[in-house]
Design a protein around this ligand. Structure first.
Ligand code: TMP
Length: 236
């Protein structure tokens, strides 16, 4: 597999072409941003951890019948993935109130909710990823009704699989963000990452935050939290 020119650079990852038109290489960075890029920093070792945690969880999901873009890990920070066109939606799944939901609805962080909440944002940095609903998605043709039903079904199944898996590791899955992509034949697959950057992970016993909120909120021991997640998931 030959790594060719860079085709995209995001806040936390770069994407490269390969000599196979259907495959790309994702390279994870240590760069961290929050609040739509307003806050910038570095989390040492984050790229390697997010790459390996994402691949570990994507493999678990594949085994449970969720199609993903994952092909093969190439190095500590690089992974071969299927080339997809990203659907411009961020799907947020929430089990416990936290973050922007807590603010919006006045629910203290940590409040359990009677059922899982799904939210969608339009993935657009200039607009600050505004929250949208199913009507907006269909009106803007970001996805068809059939595609959206599949995406929401996958998202809830992913929540069940990950919540159960993490519970055994004494990690509470508070909420997380997913992105989906489309293969050339129209198949929808899970893409992007599943990591402490994109999930809220709380220690089940102490309630300690083990995710990017430590960076967003200047809670200290950011690197330690990422390392702890890697250790619990992969024993290293
Ligand atoms: P929120 O409470 O700030 O809306 O975040 C909900 C979840 O989505 C949380 O687990 C963090 C994740 N997230 C991202 O992955 N990217 C983002 O840009 C934002 C705002 C949140």
């Amino acid at each position: 597999m030959m790594k060719l020119e860079q085709i995209y650079e995001g806040k936390a990852k770069k994407v490269f072409k390969t000599d196979d038109d259907n495959l790309c290489i994702v390279s994870y960075k240590d760069d961290a941003t929050a609040f739509n890029g307003l806050k910038k920093g570095t989390i040492m070792g984050k790229g390697a951890i997010n790459n390996q945690v994402t691949n570990h969880l994507m493999k678990l999901l594949e085994q449970q019948g969720i199609p993903t873009h994952f092909v093969e890990q190439l190095s500590e920070t690089e992974t071969l993935v299927k080339r997809v066109s990203i659907i411009p939606l961020e799907v947020i799944v929430r089990n416990i109130a936290a973050g922007s939901l807590s603010k919006r609805l006045g629910l203290p962080e940590g409040t359990p909710m009677k059922r899982t909440v799904l939210e969608y944002s339009y993935k657009n940095d200039e607009l600050g990823d505004p929250m949208i609903n199913e009507y907006h998605i269909l009106a803007m043709e970001f996805a068809t009704k059939e595609e959206l039903d599949l995406i929401s079904d996958y998202s809830l199944r992913i929540n069940q699989i990950l919540s159960a898996y993490l519970k055994d590791l004494n990690i509470q899955l508070i909420d997380f963000k997913l992105e989906f992509g489309k293969l050339p034949d129209g198949t929808i697959v899970l893409a992007d990452e599943i990591s402490p950057d994109t999930c809220r992970f709380w220690d089940s016993v102490s309630g300690e935050k083990l995710d990017k909120d430590r960076f967003r909120r200047d809670l200290g021991n950011v690197e330690g939290a990422y390392q702890e997640i890697m250790k619990r998931l992969m024993g290293q």
